[in-house]
Design a protein around this ligand. Structure first.
Ligand code: CO
Length: 504
């Protein structure tokens, strides 16, 4: 009897997809302790948007939370989600910062690192892969699954072959938007099984309501590991319930190491926690409604729920359909990037701006300009030159990002924090600050420097503790540049908008 392993994602992806990563430390720990007894192959508990959210919304160090999770969950392998050279942020960081982050992650209790690049650009993940191997963690190489004229199964097979050459220990089909068809899930698993002996994990969001069928086909095709969430945090933009996966496995004659009594206990614990967030409105129950339109829009779980809340907060909830229709158009213009962080935020922001300003590409986030000059690596398809010129304002060369050439940031940020804190900062503090300077400095000011007046810094001046929602007014403004707090992706972030001259 073949054994199927189940990975629980509740604390990371479930939290991110249904609660916009607002789950508090106490609840995270209560849940992790209950889930630890279930007998999962592993639990994804950290990374993705949870790192930023800890500082920004929970007033906690994300490293502290990780260490606490490790303490309360000693029996299960812990997994985290890493965005390659983007680490858990929205731009590329230098290799020294990346290596320090990965080493600290492993030292603080992570066993498995699931690593992907939003563009599936090997150049953006090969350094991360090598550091995960260097510090002896399990390297799970993920393909960012999407559907487009340039994304065929052959494309994914080539990618997996490269992953294997680079030392991957397992492969993940990461269907972050929940758009893989049941038929292709089976086909892709079967085909991959012919070219690699590495274990294959299936990750598929239930956004469109197809995941039950996807998982049946993937299991029939011999997938080794499947991702789910405990039932009260399953469904909609999140994942299939662990109990449902177990029922499918039973029906297909697959065994598992799940302790059903412990699963039932964990369900009760999770139910109480879910009730709390439903009562205070952080659990967006609308995100639970199946949305087959996702095949057209391809939004990842976290993005759709945040897009809804952002438009609601700006009093523009009635524009949602327009924005959703604009998303695939922007994506096509940008060379069909898979819609996953940070590309989902960038495409989402641009779509929102195109609709709310009433003119396509009148304003563009600075990240889009960086993308169009190669700062995020190679897009899957060629980008139209006229489109590039319109956004960039002039002809500019496309130079794909090379992390070896990025300026090291550690020493500079160490010195800055030493001055700020009046003590030697910890390595983990410097690394966190480098990735999220604004939220981490605010966290330090609130907790360690409560009496010190903030310096002149208009971006950091916005206190996320008192300003947790997106505002339509700019938080910073100059003659032709405005900075907005935009919440269209897995999280809120600052977007610089620059007027693009008309007709260029
Ligand atoms: Co996911």
């Amino acid at each position: 009897m073949k054994t199927i392993c189940i990975q629980d994602l509740t604390v990371r992806d479930g939290n991110q997809s249904l609660l916009a990563t607002r789950m508090e430390r106490e609840d995270i720990l209560t849940l992790a302790a209950a889930l630890d007894k279930v007998g999962y192959h592993s639990m994804e508990v950290w990374g993705g948007a949870t790192f930023d959210s800890a500082y920004r919304f929970l007033n906690q160090s994300s490293w502290d939370i990780l260490r606490d999770i490790r303490k309360v969950a000693p029996n299960t392998k812990l997994s985290m989600l890493l965005r390659g050279q983007n680490i858990v942020g929205y731009r590329h960081y230098d290799n020294d910062i990346l290596e320090r982050f990965i080493r600290l992650t492993i030292e603080n209790g992570i066993d498995i690192i699931r690593c992907f690049d939003a563009l599936n650009d090997i150049e953006n993940i090969r350094h991360a892969f090598s550091y995960v191997k260097k510090y002896n963690a399990h390297l799970q190489a993920a393909i960012a699954y999407t559907v487009s004229p340039v994304h065929s199964n052959e494309y994914y097979i080539d990618l997996v072959k490269k992953y294997e050459e680079l030392g991957a220990d397992s492969i993940c089909i990461k269907d972050m938007s929940g758009i893989i068809s049941p038929e292709n899930a089976g086909e892709l698993v079967r085909t991959l099984k012919q070219v690699t002996d590495l274990p294959i994990n299936m990750h598929s969001h239930t956004t469109a309501g197809l995941t039950q069928l996807v998982m049946i086909e993937a299991m029939k095709a011999g997938v080794d590991c499947i991702d789910g969430c405990i039932s009260p945090f399953s469904g909609g933009t999140s994942h299939i319930a662990d109990g449902t996966l177990l029922a499918i496995a039973d029906q297909l004659g697959l065994s598992s190491d799940i302790d059903r009594d412990a699963l039932s206990d964990a369900y009760e614990v999770a139910n109480k926690i879910a009730d709390k967030y439903i009562a205070r409105g952080d659990y967006r129950t609308r995100s639970l409604i199946s949305n087959p339109k996702i095949f057209e829009y391809q939004l990842p779980g976290g993005m759709l729920s945040n897009l809804i809340s952002q438009l609601e907060e700006q009093g523009a909830a009635d524009r949602l359909t327009e924005v959703l229709q604009e998303v695939p158009r922007v994506r096509e213009d940008m060379g069909y990037p898979p819609l996953v962080t940070p590309l989902s935020q960038m495409v989402g922001s641009q779509a929102v701006l195109n609709v709310l300003t009433g003119e396509r590409y009148k304003v563009s986030p600075s990240e889009i300009k960086t993308y169009l000059t190669g700062g995020y690596g190679r897009p899957p398809a060629r980008i139209d030159e006229d489109f590039r010129r319109k956004i960039l304002g002039s002809d500019q060369p496309f130079v794909p990002s090379n992390s070896d050439l990025l300026e090291p940031e550690y020493e500079k940020n160490f010195a800055y924090l030493e001055g700020l804190l009046g003590r030697e900062p910890l390595e983990e503090e410097v690394v966190a600050y480098t990735i999220f300077p604004g939220p981490v400095e605010e966290y330090m000011r609130r907790n360690e420097l409560a009496t010190v007046q903030p310096e002149e810094n208009p971006v950091a001046d916005v206190d996320p503790a008192t300003e947790p929602v997106a505002k339509s007014a700019p938080v910073m403004q100059s003659a032709n540049m405005r900075t907005y707090r935009i919440a269209v992706g897995d999280d809120e972030y600052l977007v610089e908008l620059e007027e693009v001259s008309e007709g260029s």
